[in-house]
Design a protein around this ligand. Structure first.
Ligand code: KG4
Ligand code: ZN
Length: 354
């Protein structure tokens, strides 16, 4: 099945053509990072207006690169939540118009399920291969808006194990980058600053590490406060917070603290559920420290680990095409014109119906 997929849940306008949930014929992402940089974060009104400008050219480019017309695909898929309502509306309305004009079915996709299925996409030069159909699979979704630990018992069959009690992991990166004056988006800025830093230079908390009642939950607000207190103490001591060595150490220590809790809880979840494989996905899964920490821990346990190539970690439409294929492969297709947007939309927790 060949699917044209559209994704506009946050600040990337994206369209892709994906076949059989794996083969990516085109993957176009128009990022709005430059527009939002001066606000230090995503400005919802600006995001939706930019989606309006970008959506048609992005879709046209994806179809052209894939060498198909809208009538040449079997279905159109679109993210209908979770995300910014105004941004989601642009993608959903464009998809409805196209589905009507081309007389194709329209399939709604949960953005989080998209991140999960980013692991199943073929990618040029991919070293790790794909997860196979050996369940249960423990999935950690770490993005700007979400930090979720999930047990996947089959395709489309999820059980939520835990998640963040406050900030999402990506949000913590973005806020700490702002504190250190490193710019937006925070994740890549912190990673780059941390490159020659010492992760052990400062002692930082690993929240909820031993909390039996929150075994698979995360909390990043304490770490954020610890970073604030640390920078205040350093300035009181007369240290220059713009000094490159000091910044590198601060960024490296913070990044490792986040990576440690994410990996520790994911590993614990994998052991508790007897997982056959582990997947990590979402924007923060692009982080080198997280990738290296996870690879070392899971390798030591002999549990196969999958993390998508960088282009599929952050928001894209190829992952939406993959998720649509798996979710709707054996299900009656919905009435596309009735699709609505949902700012908050959990992963469906249900028995395996696929
Ligand atoms: O998945 P995504 O593109 O959008 C959401 O669905 O939220 O994730 C964006 C988040 C941002 O918070 C960004 O700072 C973070 O992913 N991020 C990173 C890295 N690249 C992006 N965090 C840490 N290290 C990175 N290399
Ligand atoms: Zn995302």
């Amino acid at each position: 099945m060949k699917i044209l997929a559209i994704e506009t849940s946050c600040d990337e306008t994206a369209a892709a053509v994906v076949e059989d949930g794996r083969v990516v014929h085109a993957n176009v992402v128009a990022t709005q990072i430059e527009l939002h940089r001066r606000f230090g974060g995503v400005f919802p009104e600006v995001a939706s207006r930019q989606h309006v400008l970008a959506i048609q050219p992005v879709i046209a480019q994806a179809l052209a690169e894939a060498g198909v017309s809208a009538r040449g695909v079997d279905a159109i898929a679109v993210t209908h939540g979770p995300g910014l309502a105004g941004s989601l509306l642009v993608g959903v309305n464009a998809a409805k118009g196209l589905a009507l004009a081309a007389d194709r079915p329209l399939l709604p996709v949960n953005h989080l399920e998209g991140h999960v299925y980013s692991n199943w996409l073929d990618a040029p030069g991919r070293a790790q291969g794909h997860p196979d159909d050996n369940f249960p699979v423990v999935v950690l979704i770490v993005s700007g808006g979400h930090t979720e630990l999930i047990e996947m018992r089959g395709h489309g069959c999820y059980r939520r194990l835990g998640g963040t009690l406050d900030d999402a992991a990506g949000e913590a990166f973005d806020k700490v980058a702002r504190l250190l004056d490193l710019g937006f988006p925070g994740g890549p800025a912190i990673q780059q600053t941390a490159e020659h830093g010492d992760p052990g230079a400062f002692e930082l908390p690993r929240a909820l590490r031993h909390a039996a009642d929150h075994r698979f939950d995360f909390s990043f607000s304490g770490l954020k406060t610890a970073m604030l207190n640390l920078t205040r103490r350093l300035s009181r001591e007369g240290r220059d917070l713009h000094d490159a060595h000091l910044l590198a150490d601060l960024a490296a220590a913070f990044q490792q603290a986040v990576a440690d809790v994410l990996v520790e809880k994911t590993t614990d979840a994998a052991l508790a559920t007897n997982a056959r494989q582990v997947c990590i996905c979402g924007g923060v899964s692009a982080n080198r420290a997280l990738r290296a920490t996870a690879a070392a821990r899971l390798d030591a346990l002999g549990i196969p680990l999958y993390i998508p190539p960088l282009i599929y970690c952050t928001d894209n439409a190829a992952m939406i095409g993959a998720a649509a294929d798996y979710r709707w492969r054996n299900q009656p297709w919905p009435d596309g014109l009735a699709i609505d947007v949902h700012a908050s939309l959990p992963l469906p927790e249900e028995e395996n119906t696929l």
